[in-house]
Design a protein around this ligand. Structure first.
Ligand code: SF4
Ligand code: SF4
Length: 357
């Protein structure tokens, strides 16, 4: 099995995974108890699927599972490799109107490039096929944030990294700017050693969080977290509109301040360079002018597209209110007539915010 493991890890690296680690399919008992506690305390994410038992017990996701192969791909990219303002390349005919306001919204770094699910899942399937061919009778299941498995905790046990107080998985080489994927298998492979470690425990992430969402070391309340809120449908509660600032999708604040990321290496995956028509901080007027067709052709290619155009445009309207310039008023007034209620509420709030400045 050692030889197959070596070949598997080599093939995983050849497929573009930066880190590959193996752990057993033993249930994550401590993590399950913690998930149960958070469920009872009302601080679990509505975006996560599966019960605490399913999330922590690989055999409930793949009958007969013996091992879990965890992979990571770094998504940080060297700023020298991309232009900061690609908006001038936008196909104007795809937009409803021309841009006149230059105000921008911030996209979380993980959503800059190609949707990581589409990048990683086919490669994980290739890795699974390799294993199935190497050990006949083997069954596999692959997931990239697409099943219940508690991937971060599994990655820690597979030796890929350790938890930060901000609840991110932190790797030695790439910091927390990594995507995770998992391959559950009935093959029994030699596990990598678990290395119990902690982050530097500096507390910067807790201090920097604009909404106090990191309620204790390692515990993020999703209902307070702006990253979660930007992805939730409906009206954004009033108390979060100001702290949202110009975050258009996601929030990187607790990762950006982490000292582990200050010294992290850049990844080298061109797939995660900012989308050529969107960039890392798109103009909000462009976002508000997107039709269904142009949304699909731009944000639909990234991890910021899954919640749809209306959610992103709702965020953009709040961003404009926070930026607070009067020349956004015509755009906001137009959005008051939008058929989507959360967008109407966001536009009305933004107009009031601008008028009362
Ligand atoms: S992502 Fe933003 S809002 Fe959420 S915990 Fe981190 S800093 Fe706070
Ligand atoms: S900012 Fe400090 S406390 Fe927070 S995860 Fe990083 S090292 Fe840990």
């Amino acid at each position: 099995m050692e030889e197959i493991k070596e070949r598997l890890v080599r093939y995983g690296k050849h497929l573009g995974f930066d880190l590959v680690g193996i752990t057993t399919a033993e249930p994550l008992k401590q993590a399950q108890a913690e998930l149960d506690r958070r469920l009872k305390a009302g601080i679990s994410s509505s975006l996560a699927s599966g019960s605490p038992a399913e999330r922590t017990t690989p055999a409930l996701l793949l009958p007969g599972a013996q091992s879990v192969i965890m992979v990571a791909m770094a998504y940080s990219v060297d700023p020298q490799l991309y232009v900061q303002d690609p908006q001038d390349n936008l196909p104007r005919e795809e937009l409803e109107e021309k841009s006149t306001t230059p105000y921008r919204g911030l996209l979380s770094r993980y959503a800059w490039g190609q949707d990581y699910h589409h990048v990683m899942l086919p490669r994980l399937s290739q890795l699974a096929a390799f294993l199935e061919q190497s050990i006949p009778g083997t069954h596999c299941r692959v997931m990239v944030d697409s099943g219940p498995l508690l991937e971060k905790a599994m990655a820690v046990r597979a030796g890929l990294g350790f938890f930060g107080w901000n609840s991110c998985l932190i790797t030695d080489r790439f910091g927390s700017w990594v995507f995770l994927g998992s391959l559950l298998t009935t093959a029994s492979l030699p596990p990598d050693p678990y290395r119990p470690r902690t982050c530097r425990e500096c507390g910067r992430c807790i201090k920097a969080c604009p909404t106090g969402a990191i309620i204790a070391p390692y515990v993020v309340d999703p209902h307070l977290c702006l990253s979660h809120i930007t992805q939730t449908r409906g009206t954004i509660p009033e108390e979060f509109r100001k702290p949202l600032g110009n975050r258009l999708f996601g929030c990187d604040t607790c990762q950006a301040v982490c000292p582990h990321n200050a010294t992290a290496a850049w990844g080298n995956h061109r797939e995660f360079l900012p989308h050529p028509l969107i960039g890392s901080a798109p103009r909000l007027e462009m976002v508000l002018g997107l039709t269904n067709r142009s949304f699909k052709a731009t944000f639909g290619q990234t991890a910021a597209g899954w919640r749809g155009k209306n959610t992103l445009q709702r965020n953009a309207l709040i961003n404009l209110g926070n930026i607070g310039h009067a020349d956004a008023i015509p755009l906001l007034a137009k959005a008051l007539k939008d058929p989507s209620d959360p967008k109407k509420v966001a536009a009305a709030w933004a107009l009031t915010t601008i008028h009362t400045k």
